[in-house]
Ligand binder design. Structure first.
Ligand SMILES: C[S@@+](CC[C@H](N)C(=O)[O-])C[C@H]1O[C@@H](n2cnc3c(N)ncnc32)[C@H](O)[C@@H]1O
Length: 373
């Protein structure tokens, strides 16, 4: 009986030990799963966060691993990661992207107050051999090291575009013209070649555009041009007062959907920063082939304090905005006259302008002078 009882205790003891051990192993297994899930989360999250604007565009059924917006990862209590897919407007730049992952609400505003509304959608486009060679050969000479290296292409912390910096880079005090969104660089490079007495700075966010501009400048061995791969809006926030002679913005991305109009690069805040950066009597030249964008420019600029529209040509425009696909509706809307400029003769015909003309669109040119406030 005694022996039977102690045998019974022994069995229970073994069973209890087995249960404790099983529970322990389960716990270890559980935590290792949690840990690996968390590290996976961290890995994905970091890699997306490093591309300021991650675009997971669905292209031919595959993630095109492009673009813009901001990664939309949540770590829910259940550790489920979610990536929200929202449509992104095809632009001149990304005509074939159907969708992208973006942190924007339906009205085009970022869903987080700290996220910026960007005027561009960034693709991690591969450079072909020729452009890669151009990058390797000329980046050291022409590409300014002022970018923060993050997704939204901010300017490096602490950097300012000052008179002293400009002198140190260009080696002289010649007037400086900044072109925003230089695309392939045809215009800014042609201007730099034609005007060695003027300094030029090309701002472009798109890798192949930057590489092509490097190629054009490098082939001609130009010394008066530099390129910065930064969000132009951020650079103007840190530009010293009165250091620029002119700013050019030719054929900005149209962002035709009404809910995306706030992504258009011409905005009141940018206008104020450009006003500050221009020397007195400096000018901001703008051109667009999109009628609705022309109306947008007039709305932002015509009554803005400190700016004077130097145009001489009366142009009739509808008084209301139309969204994507509704440009024809504008014809039936009430119109009014606005003042614009003759075509700026310092601009070469780029593909964007040519496409607009070929499609029968009117080119709208604007010249705004920064007067003393
Ligand atoms: C439609 S393209 C026009 C390019 C060029 N101006 C032309 O006429 O050929 C607009 C360009 O602006 C660039 N862009 C858009 N937002 C920008 C920003 N915030 N800073 C710098 N470049 C920008 C785009 O990457 C794109 O190359």
């Amino acid at each position: 009986m005694v022996a039977h009882t102690s045998e019974g205790h022994c069995c229970w003891g073994i069973a209890a030990l087995a249960i404790v051990r099983l529970a322990f192993e389960y716990r270890v297994l559980y935590w290792s799963m949690v840990e690996s899930r968390q590290s996976l989360f961290r890995e994905v999250s970091d890699s997306l966060a490093n591309q300021p604007a991650w675009h997971g565009g669905w292209h031919n059924g595959r993630i095109a691993n492009s673009y813009s917006g901001i990664s939309n990862l949540d770590e829910r209590p259940s550790s489920i990661m979610t990536v929200t897919q929202v449509p992104v407007e095809p632009t001149h730049n990304n005509p074939d992207v159907e969708h992208a992952v973006e942190h924007v609400d339906d009205d085009g505003a970022p869903s987080h107050p700290l996220h910026k509304v960007l005027s561009f959608v960034r693709r991690s486009a591969r450079l072909d051999a020729r452009l890669q060679r151009a990058w390797d050969n000329y980046a050291d000479t022409y590409l300014l090291d002022i970018a923060a290296g993050n997704g939204p292409l901010d300017v490096r912390e602490g950097f300012s575009l000052t008179k002293a910096y400009i002198h140190s880079i260009w080696g002289n005090d010649n007037p400086l013209i900044v072109e925003i969104g230089t695309g392939q660089g045809e215009n800014v490079v042609a201007a730099a070649a034609a005007h060695p007495e003027i300094n030029f700075l090309a701002l472009e966010v798109y890798d192949p555009g930057v590489a092509h501009t490097l190629l054009l400048a490098g082939k001609q061995n130009l010394t008066n041009i530099r390129i910065a791969q930064v969000n132009a809006a951020e650079l103007f926030k840190v530009t010293e007062t009165g250091v620029l002679a002119e700013v050019w913005t030719f054929f900005p991305d149209p962002w035709p959907k009404k809910k995306h109009h706030k992504r258009r690069i011409v905005q009141p805040a940018l206008a104020d920063n450009i006003h500050h950066a221009l020397r007195q009597d400096g000018v901001w030249r703008i051109a667009t082939d999109i009628e609705d964008y022309a109306l947008h420019v007039h709305e932002v600029m015509d009554h803005r304090e400190g700016w004077e529209n130097l145009g001489t040509v009366a142009v009739s425009l509808p008084l209301e905005h139309v969204g994507k696909g509704n440009a024809d509706m504008a014809d039936g809307m009430p119109h009014a006259d606005f003042i614009e400029s003759e075509r700026f003769e310092g601009r070469v015909l780029t593909n964007f302008e040519k496409k607009g003309i070929d499609a029968g669109r009117v080119i709208h040119d604007f010249t705004y002078r920064a007067n003393a406030l």
